[in-house]
Design a protein around this ligand. Structure first.
Ligand SMILES: Cc1cc2nc3c(=O)[nH]c(=O)nc-3n(C[C@H](O)[C@H](O)[C@H](O)COP(=O)(O)O)c2cc1C
Length: 271
């Protein structure tokens, strides 16, 4: 299955069928997580956890006892690095028929952090359940999906720009980048806010964050930068599918930004 198909098939799975994760799937997932890279080269530690053994719970998840969590040191770009790496994992799980849901909020966080042996200076941004999707969504899950309009996304022209923020990008003008951008469009984000914005300029692809209220805490941790890391991951998957080598830089191009919008990173062809 190609990356676009995986991305279009993926949805958050909150209702599982009760079967325990098969040992061979667990091994494959752990092996994948252990080698998953991120363009900021920040090391991330992953653990697959049993809810029963560690007293973990999430009020939105039913039908599985298994979760995965990741932790890393707090550092500049930790959010994007985590978003990128965890989304690679999510898409790999999807390729095995294993359901996931990014969870930053709806869990008993102290129990997860204890299970991860979180130390001072570390952060555990998100966790996910792991298991086999149930045939039917729970009522709670259906209502949640409606509440955040989980099956839809903003239009291409509302997210992507040509040269600067004054000119919306058309699919035609995007050319070969139209498909990778479409893959960005379908990325998951916290409360489906889709905070990523992209400006194509001079062959470079600049990623920005359009801040919503309430996603940064006092320490400066910004959950919507995790979303932008996920978007960059989808874009990278699209380029890789076209055989294009890429690199990430963080040199602000100085493009004038609308209120509440912040430069995050640039993706360029790696010649
Ligand atoms: C960083 C992040 C945090 C999220 N946190 C939660 C959460 O705490 N609880 C939850 O039920 N869903 C959470 N989600 C899932 C989103 O609600 C979901 O991805 C979005 O509504 C789009 O739906 P889809 O994933 O089915 O495409 C989170 C997603 C992301 C990317």
């Amino acid at each position: 299955m190609n990356a676009m198909e995986l991305i279009r098939q993926r949805r958050s799975v909150r209702t599982f069928d009760g079967r325990p994760l098969r040992a061979e799937d667990r091994e494959k997932l752990l092996a994948f997580a252990a080698q998953v890279a991120n363009p900021y080269d920040l090391p991330i530690t992953w653990r697959i956890l049993s809810a029963k053994a560690h007293g973990l719970s999430s009020p939105v998840i039913s039908g599985t006892d298994t979760f995965i969590a990741g932790k890393l040191r707090r550092a500049p770009h930790a959010e994007e690095a985590f978003g990128f790496a965890f989304e690679r994992f999510v898409l790999y799980a999807q390729s095995l028929g294993i359901g996931t849901t990014w969870i930053a909020g709806t869990m008993n966080r102290p129990a997860f952090e204890a299970a991860m042996a979180l130390e001072g200076g570390e952060v555990m941004p998100c966790v996910s359940p792991l298991g086999y999707p149930a045939a039917k969504l729970s009522l709670r899950e259906s209502l949640m999906r409606k509440g955040v309009r989980a099956d839809s996304r903003l239009d291409f022209s509302a997210l992507f720009y040509d040269g600067d923020f004054n000119r919306p990008l058309t699919q035609a003008a995007a050319g070969n980048l139209s498909q990778p951008l479409e893959m960005v469009r379908w990325a998951p984000s916290a409360v489906n806010k889709q905070p990523w914005r992209v400006v194509l300029s001079g062959g470079s692809v600049h990623f920005f964050e359009k801040h919503s209220k309430g996603y940064s805490d006092k320490s400066g941790w910004d959950l919507q930068k995790v979303d932008v890391g996920i978007a960059i991951c989808h874009f990278a998957c699209g380029l890789e599918e076209q055989g294009v080598a890429w690199r990430l830089t963080t040199a602000d191009p100085g493009i004038a930004v609308p209120d509440g919008t912040e430069y995050v990173a640039t993706i360029e062809r790696d010649q």
